[in-house]
Write a protein that binds this ligand. Structure first.
Ligand code: ADE
Length: 239
C-alpha cells in the first residue's frame, strides 16, 4: 500500500516511520510512505500557506493553492510509480468521522491512500469540496495539528495489513478486535514474584483450557468495570 502524507511538518514523521511496527512494515514492503511538504507549493515570497479568514474571526485558514498543487504533484508521482487512478484521500480533522476498527480495516485494504494534515484554524472549505477527502477524527478533543492524528491512523491501519504483525493472528485478541469488542485483560511475564506481587496460579498451571477461560473472564470483568458501553451495545460503530 502506498501512503502519501501532505503536511507542513514532514520531520514529525521521521521518528514514527523509523521505529517499531511501521519500520518493519516498510521493510517488508507492506507500506510505502511518501512525505510531501505543501509549503513547497506556496507561490508568494513569504511561502504563505494560510491567510486570514474572510468575514473575520480568530486564527488563520489553510489556503487552497498550495494544497491543491501538492495534491496534483503527489498524484503524478503515484501514477508515475504505477498506481492506478486516484488515491483514497483522508483528511484529519476534529470534525471528521470517528476512527473505528472497521474504518481502519477498510483503509488498510486501499492500495493508495493520501493523508492530509491541517494546522491553524482549519482548511478553506474548497479543499473539502474540491478534493473530497474523507474527514476523520481520532477523538473529541482538538490537537494542535493533524500530524499526531495521522500517525495514529497510519499505525492503526498498518497493523491490520496481513503480515504486519509477527504472529499471523496477533491482532485478533486485541481490545476492539472485530472478534469481540472487549478490553484486553491482564498479562504477566517473568519474574514469577516481583516486589511481593505474584502471578495468578492458573497461568502457571499448564491447563490451557483453564487459562483461556481465565483470560476471557478477566477481559469481561475489565470491560464491565471500565467500558460497560462496549457490552451493552450503546457504542455504535459509526463507520
Ligand atoms: N486535528 C486536530 N484535532 C484532531 C482530532 N481530534 N482528530 C483528527 N485530526 C485532528
Amino acid at each position: 500500500m502506498r501512503i502519501d502524507v501532505l503536511t507542513l511538518f514532514p520531520g514529525m514523521f521521521e521518528g514514527f516511520l523509523t521505529h517499531g511496527l511501521i519500520r518493519l512494515a516498510r521493510e517488508k514492503k507492506l507500506v510505502d510512505v511518501h512525505l510531501h511538504d505543501f509549503r513547497e507549493f506556496a507561490t508568494d515570497r513569504h511561502n504563505s500557506v494560510d491567510d486570514k479568514p474572510y468575514g473575520g474571526g480568530p486564527g488563520m485558514v489553510l489556503m487552497c493553492g498550495p494544497i491543491f498543487a501538492c495534491d496534483e504533484a503527489m498524484r503524478q508521482a503515484g501514477r508515475a510509480a504505477g498506481l492506478p487512478g486516484e488515491p483514497r484521500r483522508i483528511m484529519l480533522s476534529p470534525q471528521g468521522r470517528p476512527v473505528t476498527p472497521a474504518l481502519l480495516e477498510e483503509l488498510s485494504r486501499e492500495p493508495w491512500l493520501s493523508v492530509l494534515c491541517g494546522h491553524y484554524e482549519g482548511f478553506d472549505e474548497r479543499i473539502r469540496l474540491g478534493l473530497k477527502p474523507l474527514e476523520v477524527s481520532i477523538g473529541d478533543y482538538v490537537l494542535s495539528g493533524g500530524e499526531v492524528a495521522a500517525m495514529a491512523v497510519i499505525d492503526g491501519l498498518t497493523r491490520m495489513i496481513p503480515g504486519a504483525l509477527g504472529a499471523a493472528d496477533g491482532a485478533r485478541n486485541d481490545s476492539f478486535s472485530r472478534d469481540g469488542a472487549k478490553l484486553e485483560g491482564p498479562q504477566y511475564t517473568r519474574p514469577r514474584s516481583f516486589e511481593g506481587m505474584g502471578v495468578p496460579d492458573v497461568l502457571l498451571s499448564g491447563n490451557h483450557a483453564a487459562i483461556a477461560a481465565w483470560h476471557e473472564d478477566q477481559a469481561l470483568k475489565r470491560t464491565q468495570e471500565r467500558r460497560p458501553d462496549l457490552l451493552d451495545g450503546t457504542t455504535k460503530d459509526t463507520s
